[in-house]
Design a binder for this molecule. Structure first.
Ligand SMILES: Nc1ncnc2c1ncn2[C@@H]1O[C@H](COP(=O)(O)OP(=O)(O)OP(=O)(O)O)[C@@H](O)[C@H]1O
Length: 315
């Protein structure tokens, strides 16, 4: 690997709780090169957002730390834009003004007012939201607000883009459109991306590397998978690609065999023996946010797309 652009070394995180310290993360070591697209995947509550928040500078690790381009990360900064699950827009500002706030913060000194205006509109067009530029967050849908959150992050031309399930709340068509747009923009900007996702197909399609986390408490990195599919990637042709199918099965196997029982990762071998066959023949693996140890993977046609969808049922 070339020199790391972003490096997490020995990151552990213990939260103070009324019941005493809760060890969420234990010794996360991760080196990411400039322009790499890394997905973090793991069962609900394993600590993905905690890792992202440490890189964002919103949380301080209890042990270890994060270094970006040779500088320790201690606080948030505009070179690390974050797209949150719940889009986090300012409710009193219009769509345009929400993006403008970020653009002004980063480009106040380097762009004229007219250039900034064009740049804001360009980023809103990327996510197909320019038509709603004068609306406020309360007047648009959750999916539209999420798109504005993505436009706001992209408009900062961040060196690192941190995304916490950015497409989770979107319908299948919008999600596919934005995934394709993100792949193009990332190639163009050469931004480093860390994205949390529960969608196995999304992870394989977009990533250079998938980092799979063990179940908490004291979660750590269980496996890493380099996705060596040529770019640009096309979702339709990839669906039948042997390498693509192999990658998605490797992730499903990690999640549903090796890490099947949340909180019982040390019994991974036993769980493997008892695990149901993963949804090898399904075309989309989507993790549900709260599967229990009694969960099983099922395949069912999606109402929206007709595609088979891997989901988790509780018995
Ligand atoms: N501020 C906090 N105080 C106490 N415990 C916390 C705090 N933040 C997170 N945790 C705990 O740390 C663990 C990891 O949480 P985190 O939100 O990082 O998981 P996650 O993998 O992102 O979950 P999900 O996929 O459901 O979003 C969880 O058990 C959570 O309850």
């Amino acid at each position: 690997m070339t020199k790391a652009h972003l490096e997490l070394t020995g990151v552990s995180m213990a939260f103070d709780t009324p019941q005493g310290p809760f060890q969420a993360l234990d010794t996360i070591n991760l080196k990411i090169r400039k322009g790499e697209f890394v997905s973090l995947i793991g069962h609900s509550g394993c600590g993905k957002s905690t890792v992202l928040n440490i890189v964002a500078g919103l949380l301080q690790a209890s042990r270890g730390g994060c270094v970006l381009d040779g500088h320790e990360v201690n606080t948030p900064g505009p070179e690390r834009a974050v797209v949150f699950q719940n889009h986090a827009l300012m409710p009193w500002l219009t769509v345009y003004e929400n993006v403008e706030l970020a653009v002004r913060q980063v480009f106040r000194k380097t762009m004229s007012k007219a250039e900034r205006r064009d740049w804001i509109i360009h980023n809103l067009e990327l996510v197909n939201m320019a038509h709603a530029r004068d609306k406020r967050p309360g007047e648009i849908s959750g999916g539209m607000a999420q798109r504005v959150g993505i436009a706001r992050a992209l408009s900062m031309r961040p060196s690192v883009l941190l995304m916490d399930e950015p497409f989770g709340a979107l319908d299948a068509l919008t999600r596919a459109h934005l995934q394709d747009a993100l792949m193009e923009i990332q190639q163009d900007l050469n931004s480093t991306v860390i994205m949390i996702t529960h969608d196995v197909d999304e992870a394989v399609l977009l990533s250079d590397r998938i980092v799979m986390m063990t179940n908490g408490p004291a979660a750590t990195i269980g496996e890493e998978l380099n996705i060596e599919l040529p770019r640009p990637r096309n979702r339709v042709t990839l669906a039948d690609d042997d390498a693509y199918v192999h990658y998605r099965q490797a992730v499903l196997r990690f999640l549903y065999e090796k890490q099947r029982f949340p909180g019982k990762e040390k019994n991974a071998d036993k769980s493997k023996a008892a695990a149901p066959k993963p949804a090898a023949e399904t075309s989309t693996g989507t993790l549900q946010p709260s599967e229990e140890s009694s969960a099983k993977v099922v395949a069912a046609p999606s109402a929206k797309t007709g595609k088979a969808v891997a989901s988790v049922e509780h018995s």
